[in-house]
Design a protein around this ligand. Structure first.
Ligand code: V47
Length: 371
């Protein structure tokens, strides 16, 4: 029989629940965050991960494209955004976006991931055309994962259409999935303090529910390590879990480690490896209804991301190729990692490396015999 070797007695009742497959409460989440028994928390998260994903750790060959950093929201945690005309502002043409997507597909990508600022002049038709033209340029197996809920709300505002109609138009144009960005932390207090113009929690969740109702799979994120409290982190996870119970279309939860450099919150320290691993593990334990926990190695660094595979994580994301949002905020990781490096990183942990597409369809299993 499995038992956990827990050093913190406060974790014993949680261990019993985990073994019984019982859902953890908000209070359990707070107890986990209050504990320093990282190894104990990791054991429990690993148990849950193995129950859901066996010994598989996923990765994907993908290509990120950020068509513009011009943004009307200017959140305090963001180093990527610029105002129109400001030094460093850029915008890509549709032709350049399509070329980057084609280049990604030619390099073996199974996903084109598109996220932008909220450009004040781009029309609704421009966004729909972007999806249509990217879709037409790609082979059918390459998935178009584009636009956070924040961008979907922006498109609804500029078109005068309800968000569900926007999602329908984008789906008709070839959109397959939404990324999980823009959720930050579901808290009115934090929104007022650091991202006052951004989509509210209710609207973010509603847009994801609408996407799920249309058969568009989505991810969800949590931006942690800035001015949020532990209670706000746990409440965020509980709201995501409730949403998943109701609409069921989240594929992966991705905790995003705040990078302070060049932001209006640059006096804050970066997250620690201890907090990163704890947050990923608690995410695995609290979000019992979301199949995958993703460590975005670009934000965590490859070493912490590799360790996270024994702390509840079953996905290291991808080859990425070009990443601006975190690198403008001081990330020192490379912008890209080769497929071979990702496979080696996973295999070194004793797990089976599984190449996947956005919807977690298996592309290839790299077990002991292969490569
Ligand atoms: O929405 C912005 C966050 C997100 C900073 O769904 C920052 O598969 C850290 O959502 N420090 C964009 N984070 C990235 C994102 C994402 C990444 C990888 C995979 C997926 C997926 C989604 O990055 C933003 C915001 O929450 N962010 N600034 C910063 N300074």
């Amino acid at each position: 029989m499995t038992t956990f070797n827990l050093n913190d007695p406060a974790l014993e009742p949680i261990g019993a629940k985990v073994l019984a497959g019982e859902r953890l409460s908000r209070e359990d989440g707070l107890t986990l965050y209050g504990s320093y028994d990282l190894i104990g928390i990791g054991q429990m998260a690993d148990h849950v991960r193995r129950g859901i994903n066996g010994d598989k750790v996923h990765f994907m060959v993908n290509r990120h494209i950020n068509p513009t950093n011009i943004c009307r929201n200017r959140c305090k945690f963001c180093a990527f955004a610029r105002s129109k005309g400001e030094e460093g502002a850029y915008e890509m043409t549709l032709d350049t976006i399509v070329e980057a997507a084609k280049e990604g597909a030619a390099d073996g990508a199974y996903e084109i991931h598109i996220v932008s600022g909220l450009h004040p002049d781009w029309s609704y038709e421009f966004y729909v055309d972007m999806v249509r033209r990217v879709r037409e340029a790609l082979p059918p197996h390459v998935i178009v994962q584009a636009f956070t809920a924040v961008e979907i709300e922006h498109m609804a505002i500029i078109s005068g259409k309800p968000t569900i109609e926007v999602l329908r138009d984008l789906k008709d144009a070839g959109l397959d999935a939404l990324p999980g960005g823009g959720a930050e932390i579901f808290s009115d207090r934090l929104r007022a303090a650091a991202w006052e113009k951004k989509t509210t929690s209710d609207v973010w969740l509603r847009i994801h529910a609408e996407a799920h109702s249309l058969g568009i799979a989505t991810n969800c994120t949590m931006l942690y390590g800035h001015i949020e409290t532990i209670e706000e982190r746990v409440d965020h996870m509980v709201r995501l879990r409730e949403q998943q119970d109701a609409s069921g279309g989240f594929l992966a939860f991705i905790p995003l480690a705040f990078h302070p450099a060049n932001t209006e919150m640059s006096d804050l320290p970066a997250t620690t490896g201890f907090d990163d691993l704890k947050t990923l593990a608690i995410g695995r334990l609290m979000l019992d209804n979301i199949p995958h926990i993703k460590a975005f190695w670009i934000m965590l660094g490859l070493k912490v991301a590799q360790l996270s595979t024994v702390f509840g994580v079953d996905d290291l994301d991808g080859t990425v190729v070009e990443e601006r949002i975190t690198h403008m905020a001081g990330a020192t990781t490379p912008e890209a990692l080769s497929k071979d490096d990702l496979i080696a990183t996973i295999r070194e942990t004793g797990h089976t490396a599984v190449e996947r597409d956005t919807l977690y369809k298996v592309v290839r299993v790299y077990d002991a015999e292969s490569c």
